[in-house]
Design a protein around this ligand. Structure first.
Ligand code: SF4
Ligand code: SF4
Length: 501
């Protein structure tokens, strides 16, 4: 490898008047940033190793540490950012594809921040969620177009299998292998306590977690890792992953270093082998092929489980979703281009796909126009950052939302974007036993329960403010949204009026 000509991105600022030399920072850092220098009689830092995960800062008992961005290294200008220069040096040295973790951080518009929610005044009074019932129960799956009654006039229930959730918030796919056992256990326990679901991702389901099956979505991806009959039977729903927002059009790659122990057994591949899932499913080249897989999965589970098809938000997403709805899928999950990932090629993550807000609105409208909206439910994902984003997604047409990065933040993630290194100091995106042990599943589950409970309360408050008392009544209710600073085309795709109209 050639010389990189790279300088540290971060400075470790240590207040030596406070530092007692306790070495807690050295013990907490799996990247080896801190060490005690006996000659100098003080702690020193190797800043080239720092990823700014803040683990040392959080655990320094004397509050002696600060990590700051080092900005003086390059002569940046409006065209050449420090990151652009750094990436060229890195590729000139390695000749390799750049890899990144977590979602697209480029300055594309965040439409959630250009949409505002309505509130009742005078007429159609608001509802106080503390005093009046407010329904957040959500059923995901096909809904019948007509109701049938028997001779006595009683309704004949003919509801296809549904995923019944107490809140319209689910945990999105994160595989065992890309995240740790304790992170998976936290998600599974939280999903059970909240009455929602978490998602295995493409890594199979560890035997220990079969007990959470009623709150588990089992994923079938192109690599088919860990897919077998028991696995399909174990979940409450089955998700076919066609695309992922962070890396549309390509497959996945979990390095062999992370395929150890139970991860390899769960995926049913040898230890140390790279887990490479191909870009396409090799048995799917048309909607008819997709239909075959949807019905194979339904058949093997006796038609008892709804099938989700997950697609990435790309240019012709509305037409794709229309085809998926006709394939027999019960639920479509759309993943926007800001969605997180354990590892993706940087160029693809930052330049491929479209924002979830536009994709969701386009899909919902297309399915309505074609008269098939009730044949599928929609889950929107790809950077839902708050309860307001979640409610805006529902008002744009989603039945529910997937969260992943927000869930990891609740578990302690500090968005250092180094998941692909396998040295997550917070015990989340790692398989190193000493790091995994840092994440206590009891505490992790409680933090996730707290987050989703708080968001659900906030959703109730915002719905009450609009005079709406159920998720069902909020879904696709775009009259409750107004745009700010958006042009006619954007407003047209989102199907909302401008603020003031
Ligand atoms: S944890 Fe804080 S007090 Fe302890 S050695 Fe590191 S900087 Fe000094
Ligand atoms: S999961 Fe861990 S490695 Fe990944 S961004 Fe969060 S703190 Fe960093």
């Amino acid at each position: 490898m050639a010389q990189e000509y790279l300088y540290p991105e971060f400075q470790v600022v240590r207040d030596l008047s406070r530092c007692t030399g306790c070495r807690a920072c050295a013990a907490q850092c799996a990247n080896g940033v801190h060490r005690y220098d006996a000659d100098r009689g003080q702690m020193v830092s190797d800043e080239t190793r720092c990823v700014n995960c803040h683990r040392c800062v959080a655990f320094c008992p004397e509050r002696a540490l600060k990590i700051v961005k080092d900005r003086q290294c390059f002569r940046e200008n409006d065209n050449w950012s420090g990151d652009a220069i750094r990436e060229i040096y890195r590729q000139a040295a390695s000749g390799g594809v750049l890899l990144s973790s977590m979602g697209n951080a480029k300055e594309y518009p965040v439409y959630w921040d250009r949409l505002l929610i309505n509130a009742s005044q005078v007429t159609n009074p608001s509802i106080d969620p503390l005093r009046e019932p407010m329904e957040t129960k959500t059923f995901l799956g096909k809904k019948p177009d007509t109701l049938r009654r028997d001779a006595a006039g009683r309704l004949v229930p003919e509801l296809p299998p549904q995923l019944e959730l107490d809140t319209p918030i689910l945990f999105s796919a994160m595989s065992y292998g890309s995240i740790s056992y304790n992170a998976h256990e936290s998600l599974a326990r939280a999903a059970q306590a909240l009455g929602t679901c978490y998602n295995t991702g493409e890594g199979g389901l560890h035997r220990d977690f079969y007990r959470y099956g009623a709150n588990t979505i089992v994923q079938v991806a192109s690599g088919r890792f860990g897919v077998h009959r028991d696995y399909l039977e174990a979940g409450a729903a089955i998700e076919i992953k066609i695309g992922q927002g962070a890396k549309p059009g390509i497959g996945g790659h979990l390095p062999g270093a992370k395929i150890v122990g139970d991860v390899s057994a769960t995926r049913m591949i040898p230890e140390g082998s790279d887990a490479i899932s191909p870009a396409p499913h090799h048995d799917i080249y048309s909607i008819e092929d997709l239909r075959q897989l949807v019905y194979s999965l339904k058949e093997v589970t006796r038609g008892e489980k709804p099938v989700i098809v997950k697609i990435a938000a790309v240019h012709n997403v509305a037409a794709i979703a229309s085809g998926v709805a006709r394939s027999g899928a019960d639920i479509i999950a759309i993943d926007g281009f800001r969605g997180g990932t354990g590892a993706a090629p940087t160029r693809i993550r930052d330049n491929v796909g479209i924002p979830i807000e536009l994709a969701l609105a386009a899909v919902d409208q297309r399915l309505r126009d074609e008269g098939i909206r009730s044949s599928v439910s929609l889950i929107a994902g790809g950077s839902i950052r708050s309860s307001a984003d979640a409610l805006k997604a529902i008002l744009l047409g989603a039945d529910a939302v997937y969260i992943a990065t927000a869930a990891l933040l609740a578990l302690g993630c500090h968005l250092c974007r180094s998941c692909h290194s396998g040295r997550c100091n917070w015990g989340i995106a790692t398989q190193r036993p000493e790091l995994v042990a840092r994440l206590d599943p009891d505490e992790g589950a409680q933090r996730l329960v707290n987050l989703v409970t708080a968001w659900t309360h906030e959703i109730k408050e915002m719905m009450g403010g609009m005079g709406i008392n159920s998720i069902e009544a909020a879904r696709g209710n775009r009259m409750m949204l107004r745009g700010v600073g958006l042009n006619e085309i954007e407003l047209g795709i989102l199907g909302v009026k401008h603020a003031g109209q």
